[in-house]
Design a protein around this ligand. Structure first.
Ligand code: NAG
Ligand code: NAG
Ligand code: NAG
Length: 298
């Protein structure tokens, strides 16, 4: 189905090709193919009011301002744990951001890094550890309040979701990669707990993750995250150490990616929200997930 705004893209494609090739038939064929591609592969957006229920909580505590505890609120409790979710709720958060990882047998658990080294007393890649092994690890080991939360383990995604539902917290699922596994695991949870449709959002920097999620269940609210110049520069803005040529090339790719984010990807994936650092001039909401709990609790 055509959407408002499509005529702009279709006209641009047509004009580019007609000037480039001087062939009306060629330009028409290319434009028609582009149209078919969009129609066949595009997912529609979920209704705006559904997305708004997640993004603009109406509870009295929040006064309409979403307060999202990053990694469950990692300042006040060990990140991505059940106690972190409880603390976030106690401290007045309206939602939590949780990171997905997968064990060797493919069970979804909460883990930000690829390895368990930084947050637990174990070592090694999460993907090489079985759930039973992950369960033995102490998830508080490296936290400043480890004595207070002693014995806390790495939760499965399902346990975390159940805890969030219990506290009526919105969930921002942050998916780094493994699009197929994430879409399957999350899709199953949405089926099991339909309240998630109105209270959670699947976020990723990877368009593929969002696309697979929409494919698994088009009713899920999704957000595509984007940091300008992410290919050529680190998060703090310093250039990645590369040859001058490589830096230029990645800069060009950054521009293309930026363009795709604003003009193609949101449309193709039917994204509800673009989590974007700087720009609100497009159809994007400007939301930055951050560690908000410390400022709220003080
Ligand atoms: C990590 O800590 C837990 C709880 O204290 C303990 O049972 C486990 O053996 C420890 N694991 C390693 C690898 O040190
Ligand atoms: C989501 O919210 C809408 C509008 O408030 C409501 O009609 C719908 O039943 C809700 N769905 C679930 C699964 O809670
Ligand atoms: C993103 O926003 C934060 C907070 O406003 C700012 O400190 C940071 O420099 C921004 N990053 C980029 C890449 O624009």
């Amino acid at each position: 189905m055509l959407q408002i705004g499509d005529e702009v893209y279709l006209s641009v494609v047509f004009l580019l090709f007609i000037f480039g090739t001087r062939s009306a038939i060629g330009a028409s064929a290319v434009t028609a193919s582009f149209y078919l591609f969009i129609v066949m592969f595009r997912f529609p957006q979920v209704p705006v009011n559904q997305a708004n229920q997640v993004l603009r909580p109406t509870g009295p505590a929040s006064a309409g301002v979403p307060v999202i505890a990053h990694r469950g609120g990692r300042h006040d409790a060990p990140e991505n744990t059940i106690v972190a979710i409880r603390e976030a709720s106690r401290n007045g958060a309206t939602g939590v951001e949780l990171d997905l990882g997968f064990t060797a047998e493919g069970t979804a658990v909460l883990m930000h890094d690829d390895t368990v080294d930084r947050t637990t007393n174990g070592t090694g890649a999460l993907a090489t550890l079985r759930l039973a092994e992950v369960r033995k690890l102490d998830a508080t080991q490296r936290h400043r309040l480890r004595e207070k939360f002693k014995g806390e383990r790495v939760p499965t995604l399902q346990e975390a979701v159940e805890e969030c539902i219990k506290h009526q917290l919105n969930i921002f699922f942050d998916v780094k990669d493994q699009a197929d596994k994430a879409a399957a695991a999350l899709g199953a949870l949405y089926q099991k707990y339909p309240v998630l449709y109105n209270s959670s959002i699947v976020c990723s920097f990877e368009p593929k993750v969002i696309y697979k999620m929409r494919q698994a269940d088009p009713a899920v609210v999704t957000a595509l995250k984007h940091r300008p110049w992410s290919l050529s520069r680190y998060g703090d803005g310093t250039p990645r150490s590369l040859s001058a040529w490589m830096h230029c090339w990645l800069g060009v790719l950054d521009l293309l990616l930026d363009w795709a984010h604003h003009h193609l990807l949101w449309n193709l994936c039917g994204i509800s929200v673009g989590v974007h650092n700087i720009s609100t001039q497009y159809r994007y909401l400007d939301i930055t997930l951050r560690d908000v709990i410390p400022t709220v609790s003080r």
